[in-house]
Design a protein around this ligand. Sequence first.
Ligand code: NAD
Ligand code: ZN
Length: 251
Amino acid sequence: MVNESEIARLARDIRKASRIVALSGAGMSVESGIASFRGPGGLWEKYDPEEYGHINTLRYEPAKAWIMLSDMQREILKAKPNKGHYALAELERMGKLRAIITQNVDGLHHVAGNRDVIEFHGHLQSVSCMDCGHRVPSADIDLDKLPPRCSKCSGPVKPDAVFFGEAIPSDALMRSHREASTCDLMLVIGTSAMVYPAASMPDIAHDAGARVVEINPSETPLTGRISAYIVKGPAGDVLERVVQQLKSLPA
Ligand code: NAD
Ligand code: ZN
């Protein structure tokens, strides 16, 4: 159980800040039933995501890449936002949260109601043909017939997500850089901060003078170096309680 004084401290920091940006990772969606990469029960226990999720595996061994992708697709298709996603949507409605930079590909921040979401690694909501570009919703794919093929030209298909070995789309990179370098508080939620360049956003914020606070049950390479403190607990529980506290603070 997270200490009440930690919750109150974060609520006060949010009250004081005027430009807040969140950086979210796979831990944000663990309470929605989606496995992370590195946590307990994470995909890492079954596969090496940097191998199965590498663009060359998708190109040259698509059946292998789709083993992990279909596992993620199945989880994502049935997942719903959790208390943490809804708390961030509430923070945006309160005018406190400027943007979310998310490494997640599950689309749950949008479903929860956040409007300004930078999907740093794209999303798994749709797939595109690698030969003719034809795009279809992921829900239309038959996950029992792998690897899926394009319905127009039978070419190989790729989720509209960024794979290991691929560059981050420049608009997402530029916007994230701008938000990170102009915020005064960055909330780093549920990320192991090991996948670059997303993991450099807290450094950019810190170097530009922002306070960086982590919400994560476990410490990360940022802890004690970049982050001012870490609220150790699950994102859903922590964020819901922080927003409740915030509402009870005097204006
Ligand atoms: P990661 O798997 O490397 O790390 C997950 C982090 O979440 C860990 O630090 C862990 O301690 C923390 N965590 C576990 N449960 C938590 C909870 N309830 N609340 C808060 N934190 C919790 O994840 P990453 O740093 O995001 O990097 C992995 C890459 O994997 C990203 O690029 C992302 O695109 C991709 N990924 C996305 C999803 C998704 O879309 N939901 C799922 C798995 C992986
Ligand atoms: Zn095609």
